[in-house]
Ligand binder design. Structure first.
Ligand code: NZQ
Ligand code: ZN
Length: 385
C-alpha cells in the first residue's frame, strides 16, 4: 500500500429534508450566492422553489447561473465567472448532478482569473483563488459532491478535460435521496454505471495489498448491483435511492483510492467519446468497460479478475482461472445491458466509425493498470462499436 494523507473535508448532511441546513451553511461561508443549475429539472420537481424560499426567509441574496449543460462547456464557466465578478459573489451553491457541480467548481476558481477559464483546465494558467462550493445533489453518479475533480468540455476543440484541486472539494454537500426520485430510468442506469466504473478504475490497479480498500469497493459494487434495479423499477424507493446516493460519493471521494491510487483508463477513453459526440458519460463507460476488461485480461491480471468474479458476482472459483474471469466479465456485461438497459454498442448512441481513429490517436495511456497505446485504444473502440 502506498503512503497517503487522509483529508476529506466535505461536511455532509444526508437524508430527508436536510435542505433545511442550507441557509446556515451558506451563512458560514458568505453573503452573496451564485445559484448554479442545469436545464430546468429543479424547476419541474420543486427543488428550486424550496431553495429560493429558504433564501428569502433567511435574507440570503443570490444571483443565478442557469442552463448548465450535461457535459458542461467552458463558455458557461466563463459566463458564471463574469456573474460572480459583477455581483461580488462569495459562495457558490450548485443544485444538480455532476455537470452542474463541476461547472460550479470551475466558476469558483474562474472568478479570480481574467482570461478564459479553459486556460486553467488545460493547465496553461494556475488558479489564484477559489470560492467555497456547496453542493445540493440531485443525481447519484459522479461523486462530484464530495470530490476534488471537475470535467469541462470545449466543443470548439473537441476536448473534454478534468481538473482537480484540493480547494475544489465542496465544503458542504446536502444529499437528500428524495431529490433523486425524479431522475429518469436512463440517467439512473447511466449514473449507476458511472459509480461502478469509478470503483472499478480503483479496484484494478497494480497495488495488490490494499485488502481493506478492495473489500470496501466490493461493498460499493454490490450496493449498486442490489439497488440500481430496484430504483429502476420503483423510482421513489427511498432505500434504493439512499444507498445509490451514498455509494456515488464513496466511490470517488478518495477513501477507497488511498494507498492504491493509479491513473484511470476507461474514463479517458470515454471522455473522448463525449468530447466528440456529447454522449451521456455513464453510458459510454458501460459500453467500453466489458471490452476493456477482456482486452487487459492476461496471465498478469487474471487473479484480480477471478477475485472480482468471485467476490462481486458470487461466481464459484473454477479450476480454470480464465473461465472464472470471463464469467465475471460476462456478468458485468449482462448487468449493464440486460438489467440496466443501457445500449450495448457505440453505434447505438450516435458514434460514427470514421472518428474512432481520431479519438484513439489522442490517447496514450501510460502508468495505468495495463498501459494502452493509441492502437490498443482503437482496438477497444472497434470491439465496442
Ligand atoms: O440539467 P437538468 O435539467 O438539471 O437535467 C439533468 C441532466 O439533463 C438531469 N437531472 C439531474 N438531476 C435530476 C435530473 N432530472 C430529473 N430529476 C433530477 N433530480 O440529468 C441529466 C444529466 O445530468 P448531469 O449532471 O449531466 O449528469 P451526471 O451527474 O452524470 O454528470 C455528468 C458529468 O460529470 C462528469 C461527466 O464527465 C459529465 O460531464 N464527471 C464528473 C466527475 C467528477 N466531478 O468527479 C467524475 C465523473 O467520472 C465524470 O467524468
Ligand atoms: Zn465517471
Amino acid at each position: 500500500m502506498y503512503n497517503f494523507k487522509y483529508d476529506i473535508g466535505t461536511k455532509v448532511y444526508f437524508g430527508k429534508d436536510q435542505i433545511e441546513q442550507l441557509p446556515a451553511s451558506v451563512k458560514e461561508y458568505g453573503k452573496k450566492v451564485l445559484l448554479c443549475y442545469g436545464g430546468g429539472s429543479i424547476k419541474r420537481n420543486g427543488i428550486y422553489d424550496t431553495i429560493t424560499g429558504l433564501f428569502k426567509e433567511n435574507g440570503i441574496e443570490w444571483v443565478e447561473l442557469s442552463g448548465i449543460e450535461p457535459n458542461p462547456r467552458h463558455t458557461t464557466v466563463n459566463r458564471g465567472a463574469a456573474i460572480c465578478r459583477e455581483n461580488d459573489v462569495d459562495v457558490v451553491v450548485a443544485i444538480g448532478g455532476g455537470s452542474t457541480i463541476d461547472c460550479a467548481k470551475a466558476v469558483a476558481f474562474a472568478k479570480f482569473y481574467d482570461g478564459d477559464a479553459w486556460d486553467i483546465v488545460t493547465r496553461k494558467a494556475k488558479p489564484t483563488g477559489f470560492l467555497p462550493v456547496i453542493a445540493v445533489l440531485t443525481l447519484s453518479a459522479t461523486g462530484s459532491e464530495m470530490d476534488t475533480f471537475g470535467v469541462i468540455s470545449n466543443m470548439d476543440t473537441n476536448d473534454k478535460l478534468g481538473f482537480g484541486f484540493p480547494e475544489s472539494r465542496p465544503v458542504v454537500a446536502i444529499m437528500d435521496p428524495q431529490y433523486t426520485f425524479s431522475v429518469s430510468k436512463y440517467q439512473t442506469a447511466s449514473g449507476s454505471a458511472d459509480i461502478m466504473s469509478h470503483t472499478l478504475e480503483t479496484y484494478f490497479t497494480p497495488v495488490k495489498d490494499a485488502f481493506l480498500q478492495d473489500r470496501f469497493m466490493e461493498g460499493i459494487l454490490k450496493t449498486v448491483i442490489k439497488y440500481a434495479p430496484v430504483a429502476l423499477e420503483e423510482p421513489e424507493n427511498y432505500e434504493a435511492r439512499a444507498n445509490l446516493m451514498w455509494a456515488s460519493s464513496w466511490a470517488i471521494n478518495d477513501m477507497v483510492g488511498y494507498g492504491k491510487k493509479c491513473p484511470w483508463t476507461v474514463h479517458p477513453m470515454e471522455h473522448e467519446l463525449s468530447a466528440y459526440f456529447d454522449i451521456t458519460h455513464g453510458v459510454g463507460l458501460a459500453i467500453l468497460t466489458p471490452h476493456w476488461m477482456e482486452y487487459v485480461l492476461s496471465e498478469d491480471t487474471v487473479d484480480k479478475f477471478v477475485e472480482y468474479a468471485v467476490n462481486v458476482w458470487n461466481i464459484p472459483a473454477g479450476e480454470d482461472k480464465f473461465e472464472t474471469a470471463h464469467k465475471g466479465i460476462e456478468a458485468t456485461r449482462r448487468f449493464f445491458f440486460d438489467t440496466l438497459g443501457i445500449p450495448s454498442r457505440l453505434r447505438d448512441v450516435g458514434i460514427t466509425e470514421d472518428k474512432l481513429e481520431v479519438m484513439a490517436n489522442k490517447l496514450n495511456l501510460t502508468n495505468v493498470y495495463v498501459p494502452l497505446t493509441s492502437e490498443d485504444v482503437l482496438k477497444i473502440y472497434k470491439a465496442s462499436f
